[in-house]
Design a protein around this ligand. Structure first.
Ligand code: SF4
Length: 542
């Protein structure tokens, strides 16, 4: 079916090593969808866990679908072929449940594109039997018209309850009612939400639905499901290594951080279980790189002995070990002796702000002297690059904080001689973070600060910088903080052709400006409130 003009056709073949193929006969049929390209979606640990977990039920078949690239999207449309699952090439519209991951707001128009490409009605009220399930989202309100039921939290904990409901009820409304009675499931059509003055009021329409809706989390990581038959793609993907999650949550408390709240509380997997997983995944997949995953890996209480044991294991098998999200102090004080034994060391440090005053204001604890030492150690380990994250538009930020980036980078490149990949993002006051009721800077102020950053980055070939654009970040902020009214804006933007908004080369500001005009929206309205009552106040995550 594929012609030579389709880029990366491996994205659509689906015959990967360890793929699960089951007959659909007498089974509950589900498809997990990721609203971004295959190589991004296949790097998502949550998708891999849920795919294998749902397939572990004998009477369930779970397949996968990803957002097609623009060329394949048009190919399907021109030939009137419905978007299909990778495993059996079944149209998404022929499943009982299609589940979407909504972990990034700028993928929401891709979600609508996927529904449409699959011949599925966009709005839940227009659909018959098929259930659209959404997960991974902090504030689901902008999607309320399109999604039948959201799951808030960690799906492993309620997967069995979910399957039981599907086994027991065949009618869609009965299924939704039963799900809404279980913690973590949120059926938006069972609630009235309206504004009284500045307050959002939430009322149940179905008396047994939960209110507030509580996020669900896995109590014990050691007992929770983890895939060992690691799906191994035939094309390179964003994180092309076997990932082993060593901890979930984060014990630190950076005030801008949403992930900490979303994955609260902090939990660890035991070293014994981690090594067992590493061994099984290696044997089943043949992957030559293992990566330890956690929001802040070096907070893991046995990190030193774990890295030592894994470094032994990996050097025996001649496989690489990567340790993202290390704290600078740990590279310098505790772990550098092990890093020498690891095949390839790469380092990413989130500095966030160049002055100590501003780092204190956002509660980001970093010792800059140690960072300089860590950079020297990395150089001695034959690393060539260091990746640094900064933010601008932070609360209480002054021009001096921004200009300080210059001296920081000069010093770092001087002492380490490393090349620097610098990523400067815009602070977005995300729901559930400590800064959720802080204002984002307006477009003009962010544009001014962006110019100041450009001026502050030393003209030096060893520094490569990417600086977030204000318009896109303000849009992301508005979607992340949106109330139900926002779904009409998403719909307009999608109808006008918005797709792949997360990609610089695809993002079209004119499309969004036109959508704002048609939907009668002013983005600033979504950014200007400083209150304790939010569109997401009916959701309790802690
Ligand atoms: S930014 Fe990183 S270290 Fe800080 S709270 Fe969030 S996950 Fe933890």
């Amino acid at each position: 079916m594929l012609e030579g003009s389709i880029r990366k056709p491996q994205r659509y073949l689906g015959n990967e090593w360890n793929v699960i193929k089951k007959s659909h006969i007498s089974r509950i049929r589900m498809c997990l969808c990721y609203p971004d390209l295959y190589e991004i979606g296949m790097s998502n640990l949550g998708l891999r866990i849920i795919y294998s977990l749902l397939n572990s039920f004998e009477d369930v078949v779970c397949e996968r679908a990803f957002m097609p690239g623009e060329d394949f999207y048009l190919y399907l449309r021109q030939r009137k072929i419905k978007l299909f699952s990778l495993e059996t090439k079944t149209a998404l519209s022929d499943f009982e449940v299609v589940g979407f991951n909504f972990d990034y707001e700028l993928n929401f128009t891709n979600f609508l594109s996927m529904l449409n490409a699959a011949g599925i009605e966009l709005r839940s009220k227009d659909r018959n039997d098929l259930i659209v399930l959404g997960g991974g989202v902090a504030n689901p309100e902008s999607l309320w018209e399109f999604v039948d039921v959201f799951f808030l939290g960690e799906f492993e904990e309620k997967a069995a309850s979910f399957v039981n409901v599907l086994r027991r009820y065949k009618d869609k409304n009965a299924r939704l009612k039963a799900l809404s009675e279980i913690d973590g499931f949120y059926v938006p059509s069972f609630y009235n939400v309206y504004k009284k003055g500045q307050e959002y009021i939430f009322e149940k329409k179905y008396r047994y639905a939960k209110l507030p809706i509580r996020k669900v989390y896995v109590r014990n990581l050691n007992n929770s499901f983890y895939p060992t038959e690691w799906l191994t793609p035939y094309t390179s993907i964003a994180h092309d290594r076997a990932q082993i999650e060593i901890a979930r949550g984060c014990p630190n408390r950076c005030f801008f951080c949403q992930a900490r709240a979303m994955y609260f509380p902090y939990r660890e997997r035991s070293p014994f279980r981690i090594i067992d997983l590493a061994d099984n995944i290696y044997k089943n997949s043949g992957y030559e790189n293992i990566s330890l995953l956690a929001l802040s890996a070096s907070n893991y209480s046995n990190i030193e002995s774990l890295v030592s044991d894994l470094a032994d294991y990996c050097s025996k098998k001649t496989i690489g070990l990567s340790l993202p999200s290390l704290r600078i102090e740990d590279v310098v004080d505790r772990l550098h002796k092990y890093l020498f034994r690891i095949k390839k060391v790469s380092a990413t440090f989130a500095v966030e702000a160049a002055t100590e005053r501003l780092r204190n204001a956002i509660n980001k604890k970093i010792d800059i002297k140690k960072l300089m030492e860590a950079a020297k150690i990395l150089k001695s380990l034959y690393s060539r690059h260091i990746k640094l994250y900064f933010m601008y538009g932070l609360p209480s930020e002054t021009d001096d904080d921004i200009i300080a980036i210059k001296s920081f980078l000069r010093e770092l490149t001087r002492v380490s001689r490393l090349k620097v990949n610098l990523s400067v993002n815009i602070f977005i006051p995300k729901p559930f973070s400590y800064f959720e009721n802080v204002l984002i800077n307006d477009n003009e102020e962010l544009e001014r600060k962006r110019r100041l950053i450009l001026y502050s980055i030393p003209r030096n070939r060893s520094i490569k910088a990417s600086i977030a654009s204000p318009y896109k970040s303000i849009l992301e902020s508005a979607i992340s903080r949106a109330d139900r009214g926002f779904s009409s804006l998403l719909y307009e933007a999608y109808m006008l052709g918005a797709r792949f908004d997360a990609y610089r080369e695809c993002f079209n500001k004119d499309v969004w400006n036109e959508a704002l005009k048609r939907a009668g929206f002013n983005l600033n309205e979504y950014l200007s409130e400083s209150t304790d009552n939010f569109p997401w106040s009916h959701i309790h995550i802690i």
